[in-house]
Design a protein around this ligand. Structure first.
Ligand code: 13P
Length: 251
């Protein structure tokens, strides 16, 4: 089954509301009318409402960078799925390595967030990926397998099909060091095998797996031409419309 390429920009903790609106306008101008590729941008929470107004009549969808699994209540600092729905969010990034590294995200909290997001009608972008030490010591497959199985525990096939996976090797994030197209594809093929084991081959073949980690216009074409690389989750290069456009339409 053909998988439509999906490019998402993760703006991380960058942009004021003013910056975010300007950046979103640039993205809409650059890629908002094409529909060959699915495109989403994920600004910080405080800019979601303003950016929604900018993207609303375009093909650019809105995403959030995280969500809490509880429905509401005394969870100071957290944002729930209902809030994201009410502001017009379609996608939500869950389990980013920065969340895992700095904010105590575990496979179990990732799973709870995915369950809550799906229940609320949000589409999860589930991040997995190994550190440099793990790769060097030959543990890439074990780590990625544990993260994938943990993320999808108890999630039905029908719900899993609504998810995108982002394979982001931690050593390639923000470092300028990209996984080679072969390394990325090898990991994606491996993840798809796990999905086939969890669900079935047809489901595994239809789920999209993005690559993330120093993706930019200069390496996007080769990465995206790999058999199992179905898109990208873009950090640094998502902060400049012309670079983001160069990934959506790679030359
Ligand atoms: P960079 O593209 O800056 O390496 O970030 C990747 C990433 O973490 C996207 O979520």
């Amino acid at each position: 089954m053909a998988r439509k390429t999906f490019i998402a920009g993760n703006w991380k903790m960058n942009t004021t509301i003013e910056d975010a609106v300007a950046l979103a306008k640039g993205v809409v101008e650059a890629v908002g009318s094409q529909d060959a590729v699915d495109v989403a941008i994920c600004p910080p929470y405080v800019s979601l409402a303003a950016v929604k107004d900018v993207v609303k009549d375009s093909n650019v969808k809105l995403g959030a960078q995280d969500v809490h699994w509880e429905k509401m209540g005394a969870f100071t600092g957290k944002v729930c799925c209902g809030m994201l729905k009410s502001v017009g969010v379609t996608y939500v990034i869950i389990g980013h390595s920065e969340q895992r590294t700095y904010f105590h995200e575990t496979d179990s909290t990732v799973n709870k967030k995915i369950q809550a997001a799906l229940k609320a009608g949000l589409l999860p972008i589930v991040c997995i990926g190994e550190t440099l030490d793990e790769r060097k010591s030959g543990k890439m497959e074990a780590v990625v397998e544990t993260q994938t199985r943990g993320a999808f525990e108890g999630i039905s096939r029908e719900d899993a099909l609504k998810c995108t996976i982002a394979y982001e090797p931690v050593w390639a994030i923000g470092t300028g060091e990209t996984a080679t197209p072969e390394q990325a594809n090898e990991a994606h093929v491996f993840v798809r095998k796990i999905l086939a084991d969890l669900y079935d081959e047809e489901s595994a073949q239809s789920m999209r797996i993005q690559y993330g980690g120093s993706m930019k216009p200069g390496n996007a074409k080769e990465l995206l031409s790999q058999s199992d690389v179905d898109g990208g989750l873009i950090g640094g290069a998502a902060l400049k419309p012309e670079l983001f456009e160069g990934i959506v339409n790679p030359k």
